[in-house]
Write a protein that binds this ligand. Structure first.
Ligand SMILES: Cc1ncc(COP(=O)(O)O)c(C=O)c1O
Length: 427
């Protein structure tokens, strides 16, 4: 028995109904992939539509341009206020990937220009590819030496290893990048301790907070980091807009060159509609965060208990939910003897949408680098499935998952046996 990719779902024609403030709908069935993207809030959509109906380049000097500029600056203030930053520290980008690229390349070039000995780039082994790939690009093209910082079995950074690395090579290090929270297993990283360790050596610290904002408390200034990445579509805003928060005294070289927008480090006409919606979404996500975290924690804990009931062999990966060091909406399992891709497609057929890990890698049948860095054997890592909850998640979503799971896991295991792959047992 094999499990093949299901045919493309039929596309229902787009209809526009009601006022533009109608809440966007999430996909039908149980949508358990909010870490990949989460529905826009009604208020963010309304702000988007209102600005998209206007014409004006925020860099133009006439009144249409100034109107657009006002919307951008209001959003900049709102975003900064929501994240504990100053408006002048916000650099708008096209999303998390661009902000991560700007941080890794821009800080490397900026710090090395100040001190040519600094060629080491320290990144945790569980970073998103939006951080790892620019770092390895620098190694291939700009003489950087990449150091992958190890994590423990929960996916949490090994601070002793970081301190030992800094004691040996702190003066040669250009930057450290450690994410606020992991996108696959949801583990929250000790970012403040990283800053404390880096400070004596004059090393700038970047954190990718794409998955953290709206799920856990995030404060740029209080964290002490020099730069932080955020993305709108993970917190109720539109796809295609994000920001790098960067301290004013951080040496940051441009990656995109052109019209000199955004402090000269990120050229390109600003996307006023998306930026306005981003500001509204961020404000809402941060205001709602404490109540939402409490609700999602209870829902996630219930999901974990019930998944273990229907499949006692399932192994929860990442930090213990009771530790407080895990994102409230994240539950990540490996199912011994089953392929993650098979589980995903079979669940999808049953109306449950989940992920094998990072959506950005979907379709690539590789075991997750995050699980491998945590010490999970490759065969077990292949059976990974991530369930992530968000603002619109309900108990009915969990019910639907739990109802579908026994048959799905049985079929995926049978497919694994037939395909002859040596799939690992429970650890
Ligand atoms: C931790 C993390 N960083 C960066 C990104 C990329 O963000 P964007 O989709 O806005 O480019 C993602 C998206 O999955 C992510 O989870």
């Amino acid at each position: 028995m094999t499990v093949t990719t299901p045919p493309e779902p039929a596309r229902t024609p787009l209809t526009v109904s009601g006022a533009h403030g109608d809440a966007p709908r999430e996909p039908d069935g149980a949508y358990l992939d909010h870490a990949a993207t989460t529905p826009m809030s009604a208020a963010a959509l309304a702000a988007f539509v209102a600005e998209a109906q206007r014409t004006g380049n925020a860099s133009s000097l006439h009144s249409a341009g100034r109107t657009s500029r006002r919307a951008v600056e209001e959003a900049r203030e709102t975003l900064a206020h929501a994240l504990g930053a100053r408006p002048s520290e916000v650099i708008f980008t096209s999303g998390g990937t661009e902000a991560d690229n700007l941080a890794i390349k821009g800080i490397f070039w900026g710090r090395r220009a100040q001190d040519t000995r600094r060629s080491r780039v320290l990144v945790s082994a569980v970073e998103h590819h939006a951080v790892l790939d620019p770092a390895f690009w620098l190694a291939g093209h700009a003489g950087a030496e990449i150091v992958l910082l190890p994590v423990d079995g929960d996916g949490v950074l090994d601070l002793d290893a970081l301190r030992a690395e800094l004691a040996a090579h702190g003066d040669e290090t250009a930057l450290i990048s450690v994410m606020w929270a992991n996108n696959e297993v949801g583990s929250i990283q000790p970012v403040r301790e990283v800053v404390r360790a880096a400070r004596p050596y004059g090393i700038p610290v970047h954190t990718d907070a794409v998955q953290a904002v709206g799920q856990t408390a995030v404060d740029f200034s209080d964290s002490g980091v020099d730069a932080m990445t955020v993305s709108a579509h993970k917190l109720g805003g539109p796809v295609g807009v994000g920001a790098l928060l960067a301290k004013r005294d951080l040496a940051l070289d441009a990656v995109l060159h052109g019209g000199g927008q955004e402090r000269g480090v990120r050229s390109g006409t600003l996307d006023t509609a998306s930026i306005a919606a981003f500001g509204v979404a961020a404000r809402h996500a941060v205001d709602c965060q404490p109540q939402r975290a409490a609700r999602l924690t209870a829902l996630r804990d219930d999901l974990v208990v019930r998944v273990r009931e229907v499949d006692p062999e399932a192994v929860l990966r990442g930090a213990d939910p009771a530790s407080g060091r895990r994102l409230p909406g994240n539950a990540h399992f490996t199912f011994p003897g089953a392929e993650g891709d098979s589980l995903l497609y079979l669940l999808d057929s049953a109306g449950v949408q989940a992920s094998t890990g990072s959506a950005c890698q979907a379709g690539v049948p590789q075991p997750s680098h995050v699980l491998l860095a945590m010490g999970v054997p490759e065969a077990e890592a292949r059976g990974a499935l991530r369930f992530t909850l968000g603002a619109t998640s309900t108990e009915a979503d969990v019910d639907r998952l739990v109802a579908a799971l026994p048959q799905v896991v049985a079929r995926a295991r049978a497919a694994g046996l037939v395909s002859g792959r040596a799939l690992g047992g429970a650890s």
